[in-house]
Design a protein around this ligand. Structure first.
Ligand code: MCN
Length: 759
């Protein structure tokens, strides 16, 4: 019986729940013996000129081995960081440690290196930086217009990148529409806040090679990024990935801090370690989202949407990296699951004196869904129609051949109406509306809101070499065990379980005898890592392909050993052995075959393109009309990620993602005051939900296989954050729509909701 599609328990959890994880901070390795500790000195000002740095007092402090500033790094020949992507303004250059100007609260200006970790923070306080404050650019519209000053005077602008031509927007796009609604929506800035903060441990060998332990989402990408920062040949860098306590998109590649720690280790000829504090993490790890979106939607009074436009202003923080590029993904997915043919989008990415923005679970796609799903509700409210009906009317009909959107995305397969109908049925939509009507009639304090979000998203947009592909190696050992090497890099997604299932299914080797390894670049030199919910559809597919190719190799060897024709052999998964058809005694097992010569296959799986999972979420909230407090009561979802390999893993991803997505709608926001001081730099201020604030989610199954990989699988890792956010936001507004409220920006905090009710 096949184990694929069954609820196999996560093999990872036994050690996590007993001996515990080994995060970078916990790594005990002989090579790191005698390590010193690096602490960063960070700017307390959002924008300032550095007139001088006095490190003398710090140098004399307890346990201090050395103090370095940006000048030391530059003197040693380290280059500044130029934006990686060519369409970003190349004059917006960052230094590993800021030398002349600091551009956000948290920008690092110096490091102290101490014998003990605890000595660093005290010594760092003794560093006297002479800052000359400059006006902080926080408002993104002002940043775009350059009215509040420039972050990079040499660039002559705060605009880091543009997408589409704002001057070429069609004035007649909405001609013929009976109804046109326009609204500016804030998709607020979030902090990824993984349980494990960032860190590094670095040591240089006598051969001049660097070994660095860094929590990451893909060691190979971290290796090339780190080598670039350190101006080194990537072959001289080895990255080792310990257990990673959450990443959510923000641990891809390498950050300036990682490079500085490695540089310190080389400078001192001694291993160096860095463990980021929670406060530093909230200040200096890349943030996510941070878009302002002006949506315009037009159509007829019967509910048909005829035209849609989105104009995006992306805040990319102080230094443009991936954040500057995120709007291109928002634009790609802008028309969502709808049959809108007249659609256009433009975006401008600007720098501001805030923490740099990067990828955060969904990276550009939740923003697209949030915009169009809010627009759909605004349109429905304007024509007085049921939001579910408006969606049903405009969703693309079922398709099995690729569908090309006005924004150039090619959706592989979809059945959007079925997803909507299934979730409405499961949620009991009609009776929820009845309940809502009676509460309104009674004038209850607790009003009921029902929110919908239909979505389609892109998974596995790119990989190794830029395409949706991934490699795997499968080796069977003489003792009957097997090892899988993968270019993916799990950090909560359960690949050890999933990849072992796939190999076990093909090779007949029990899962407990299969070890999955990743994240050491000397062991797995190539790989695209884990992000963009790409892993199963390309990495898992590669494991299956490698297993099948291994059987081909083994078949030839078995034929030689049994003196039979390969075509006359049958592979018995039950015994993991080849036998001659009709003569079961003439057999040889994979383990035996591995005894005479190594039995392994390395392969690359290449998909024809990304895949497009879809679904609909229904959120039910109660809103206290006296206090503005939102209670999330239910989230019911259909998330169709094609064929599901392991429902337990997929549902785990959905639960986590929905909680995270819902949190954006009613709780989370990383906020600054007008001077660029962070208002939410501790967990006392930056709130996210605990189990007490969220219900258990109701997950409805639906599987529409893709033909882009033999597993039929699409990605599931980000679906929760894509569907849940607008569903919950729409639910909050729906609860109050009878009061004439059409929109409330996220997060729907009690204060914001109360203000909307009171005005
Ligand atoms: N799966 C399945 N059937 C499918 C699709 C997936 O059984 N049709 C299973 C896979 O086997 C895998 C898991 O679900 O075990 C997720 O697979 P996939 O959708 O391929 O996504 P990735 O493994 O590439 O995960 C990436 C995704 C992203 S982009 C972010 S961000 C994210 C996330 O996963 N960050 C996470 N989930 C996270 N979960 C945790 N605990 N921590 C994070 O930082």
């Amino acid at each position: 019986m096949s184990i694929l599609g069954t609820r196999v328990l996560r093999t990872e959890d036994r050690s996590f729940l007993t001996t515990g994880a080994v995060y970078t901070e916990d790594v005990h390795d002989d090579r790191l013996r005698g390590a010193c500790y690096v602490s960063f000195v960070r700017s307390p000002l959002a924008h300032a000129r550095i007139n001088g740095i006095d490190v003398s007092a710090a140098k004399d402090a307890d346990g201090v081995i050395a103090v370095y500033t940006g000048a030391d790094l530059t003197d040693s020949g380290l280059p500044p960081i130029t934006p990686g992507m060519s369409n970003i303004n190349q004059r917006m250059v960052r230094e590993l440690l800021a030398r002349e100007t600091v551009r956000f609260v948290g920008d690092a200006v110096a490091v102290v290196v101490t014998e003990e970790a605890c000595q660093g923070e005290d010594a760092a306080e003794l560093i006297d930086v002479d800052y000359e404050p400059l006006p902080a650019v926080i408002d993104i519209a002002a940043a775009r217009d350059g009215t509040g000053g420039l972050l990079f005077p040499d660039a002559g602008t705060n605009v880091a990148a543009t997408f589409g031509d704002a001057g070429a927007l069609k004035p007649d796009l909405f001609d013929g529409c009976e109804v046109v609604v326009t609204k500016t929506l804030i998709n607020q800035r979030l902090a990824p806040a993984p349980m494990e903060t960032r860190g590094a441990a670095a040591v240089w060998g006598e051969d001049g090679r660097l070994t660095a332990w860094i929590p990451n989402q893909g060691a190979q990408g971290t290796k090339s990024a780190l080598a670039k920062l350190l101006a080194m040949d990537p072959d001289d860098v080895r990255i080792i990935t310990p257990d990673v306590g959450g990443a959510f998109g923000a641990k891809f590649g390498a950050d300036p801090e990682h490079a500085v720690v490695c540089w310190v280790a080389r400078q001192l000829g001694r291993p160096a370690r860095w463990n980021e504090t929670r406060n530093e993490n909230l200040l200096a790890m890349t943030h996510g989202r941070a878009q302002s979106q002006t949506v315009t939607i037009g159509g007829s009074r019967d509910g048909t949407v005829l035209a849609y436009r989105i104009e995006i202003l992306q805040d990319c923080g102080a230094y443009p990296t991936l954040g500057a590029f995120l709007p291109s993904l928002t634009i790609l997915m802008a028309s969502g699951p709808y049959a809108i043919t007249r659609a256009e989008a433009v975006a401008t990415s600007v720098v501001t004196n805030t923490t740099p923005v990067g990828a955060y679970r969904g990276a550009g796609r939740p923003e697209a869904t949030a915009a169009i799903e809010r627009a759909m509700d605004l349109f429905a409210a304007e024509i007085g129609a049921d939001p579910a009906e408006v969606r049903r009317k405009n969703l693309l009909p079922k398709f099995t051949e690729p569908h090309r959107t006005p924004f150039g995305a090619t959706y592989d397969s979809g059945d959007y109406v079925a997803a909507l109908d299934a979730v409405l049925e499961a949620a009991g939509y009609a009776s929820l509306r009845e309940e809502q009507a009676s509460r309104r009639a009674r004038g209850d304090v607790l009003q009921l809101g029902i929110g919908l979000a239909s979505y389609v998203e892109i998974t596995s947009p790119a990989g190794e070499g830029g395409g949706p592909n991934e490699n795997a190696t499968v080796e069977v050992h003489p003792d009957g065990t097997a090892t899988i090497l993968t270019g993916t890099s799990p950090h909560g997604q359960g690949h050890s379980t999933a990849w072992a299932m796939l190999a076990s299914e093909e090779l007949g080797i029990p899962m407990e005898k299969i070890t999955v390894r990743w994240g050491d670049t000397d062991l797995v030199p190539r790989g695209g890592g884990t992000g963009g919910s790409r892993s199963l559809q390309v990495g898992g597919a590669a494991v299956r392909q490698a297993s099948r190719e291994l059987l081909d190799v083994a078949r030839d060897r078995a034929a030689a050993s049994l003196e039979a024709n390969p075509a006359d052999l049958e592979f018995d998964v039950g015994t993991s052995a080849f036998a001659v058809k009709g003569d079961p005694d003439a057999s040889v097992g994979l383990a035996t075959l591995a005894g005479s010569e190594r039995l392994f296959v390395h392969t690359v799986f290449r998909a024809p393109g990304p895949t497009f999972p879809f679904g609909t979420h229904v959120a039910v909230v109660e809103v206290d009309t006296e206090t503005g407090k939102v209670f999330l009561r239910r989230v019911v979802t259909v998330d169709d990620a094609g064929t599901v390999l392991n429902p337990l893993l997929a549902e785990g991803q959905r639960h986590g993602g929905i909680a995270q997505g819902a949190a954006q709608a009613f709780l989370e926001e990383f906020a600054y005051d007008d001077d660029g001081n962070p208002l939410t730099a501790t967990f006392a201020d930056y709130s996210f939900p605990s189990a007490a604030e969220i219900p258990s989610f109701e997950l409805i199954g639906m599987e529409t296989p893709t033909t882009y990989n033999p597993l039929g699988a699409k990605g599931i890792g980000e679906a929760g954050t894509i569907g849940a956010t607008p569903a919950v936001q729409n639910a909050v507004i729906d609860a109050l729509s009878h009061l004439g409220i059409r929109h409330i920006d996220m997060p729907a905090s009690p204060q914001r909701v109360w203000e909307a009710i009171s005005t």
